[in-house]
Design a protein around this ligand. Structure first.
Ligand code: ATP
Length: 450
């Protein structure tokens, strides 16, 4: 399947099954803004929960923060965003499209408008990507505030408060997951580049001499993370950002890239930002943001390593990786196309479908509800009693549900008392079925989705 077709199929499945919708769709849509539907919100939540688990809960050296989206103008002035967080923009004089100057297609070394093919473009000028708002009743410059363009800055601004309350010693990190906003000139590639998105960021503070080693450590940790959610190592690539493209304060930056259907693109940046951010905020606020080392009795500003990942980009990578079409033969020898999302069970939106073989049999339905009640506190399950069982399996395959439980007449012990209170457990990828005692289901499935 060509990659463009693959992308179209993923987008269409996401709409059809309720993963992702265009925001404000019934009013014509908002460009570069997306809503996550019932399946999408579960997928996204599982991704964020797993990140939080491995980056915060399972570590002694990282604590969390949930900073505000609305940000003081002075903070984003000090960080450099107000003056330099911009992309070069040109206008096409022919069709009036606004374009990113560094992403223009070229023909015979002449830049062209990707919209109309025109060559009459304005000079490039800097377009600041931050979204502005006003706080309070007046709408002048004095009430100007920004929607944060990254989650990181509130971590730096709150560094001292966290240090004083969490009582951590270097090296230690502060992690955050949350919304960020950028007025991208050309939002594109579905949820890959949008104007409202979520980030998962860690600021890991250390002594200056530990910086380079920790940069490599975090790169490896982050690669492991992607493998553990089902993105194969072979499709992940590490780009060492060359000196010329790196921020002037960074001593080393890696981009982790993934082979999306539309090409190899960045999923996450892992950057050694030195002491730049804390120094800037200390200078601008006049408040000390240093660290006192009890052992050496030295006072200094810590250096920082920042693994910064995009939630939405990772969701897209997970969808792209999971999407598969295959030809299967049904019981009567008829072949059909099966669409399946092969999500890792850990991130699958629904973990398990529960199906009574027939919906008009009280005993089957009753037992299926018992199984549902037993599993519900442990994971997201989906009860479905309508339609032929094969159709119900297919619907869950499309949603990426790794397990299906069918309550049949054997579960009632009608033919063989030894089978009473057992069910068939169907595996999404192999479509194999096995007989499992209802009492074993909880522990079996919890292990599989951990
Ligand atoms: P790009 O070069 O693709 O614009 P960036 O290098 O500006 O990205 P960072 O500022 O390093 O991105 O942000 C860290 C992460 O946040 C990115 O790796 C990406 O996963 C995510 N991200 C950044 N901008 C967007 C966006 N417009 N839409 C979705 N995710 C984004």
């Amino acid at each position: 399947m060509p990659d463009s077709q693959r992308m179209e199929k993923i987008v269409s499945l996401c709409k059809r099954r309720g993963f992702i919708f265009q925001a404000s769709e019934i009013y014509g849509g908002l460009n570069g803004v997306w809503d996550y539907g019932p399946l999408g919100v579960e997928l996204k939540r599982n991704l964020k929960d797993y990140w939080w688990r491995v980056m915060v809960r399972e570590r002694d050296d990282v604590v969390g923060l949930d900073g505000a989206i609305l940000t003081h103008r002075a903070a984003l002035k000090a960080s450099g965003h107000e003056d330099t967080f911009s992309d070069p923009m040109v206008d096409c004089r022919t069709c009036k499209a606004r374009l990113r100057a560094d992403q223009l297609p070229e023909k015979n070394e002449v830049a062209q408008c990707p919209n109309c093919g025109g060559k009459d473009l304005t000079e490039a000028r800097a377009f600041n990507l931050m979204l502005r708002t006003n706080l309070g009743a007046s709408e002048d410059e004095s009430s100007l505030a920004y929607l944060r363009p990254e989650t990181a800055q509130s971590i730096f601004v709150q560094f001292k408060n966290v240090l004083d309350t969490a009582r951590k010693k270097l090296p230690f990190g502060i992690a955050q997951i949350g919304k960020a906003f950028r007025n991208e000139i050309n939002p594109r590639n579905y949820i890959f580049r949008s104007r409202e998105f979520e980030q998962m960021e860690l600021e890991y503070f250390c002594r200056p001499e530990q910086g380079m080693e920790l940069l490599d450590y975090w790169l490896e940790e982050r690669l492991k993370f992607y493998e553990n959610i089902g993105l194969p190592r072979a499709k992940l690539h590490v780009l060492t950002v060359p000196d010329s493209d790196r921020a002037f304060y960074s001593k080393g930056t890696y981009d982790i890239e993934y082979d999306f259907p539309f090409g190899r693109q960045e999923l996450e940046g892992v950057a050694y930002r030195t002491d730049y951010d804390l120094t800037q905020h200390q200078k601008a606020s006049g408040k000390s943001l240093d660290y006192f080392d009890e052992e050496t009795k030295q006072r200094f500003i810590p250096h920082v390593i920042e693994p910064s990942a995009g939630v939405d980009r990772t969701v897209l990578a997970l969808l792209a990786e999971a999407y598969a079409e295959e030809t299967v033969t049904d019981g009567k020898g008829k072949s059909e196309t099966r669409i399946v999302l092969r999500f890792h069970p850990r991130i699958a939106p629904i973990k398990c479908g529960i199906f009574p073989l027939l919906k008009n049999n009280e005993q089957l339905v009753g037992k299926a509800h018992e199984v549902q009640a037993q599993l519900r506190p442990l994971m997201n399950v989906f009860y479905d009693e309508t339609g032929a069982i094969g159709r119900r399996y297919r619907r869950q395959d499309e949603a990426g549900t790794p397990f299906g439980i069918t309550v049949d007449f054997d579960s009632l012990g009608e033919r063989d008392p030894a089978l009473r209170d057992t069910v068939t457990l169907r595996h999404r990828d192999s479509m194999e079925q096995e007989r499992v005692a209802i009492s074993d289901l909880g522990s079996r499935l919890v292990r599989a989705i951990a």
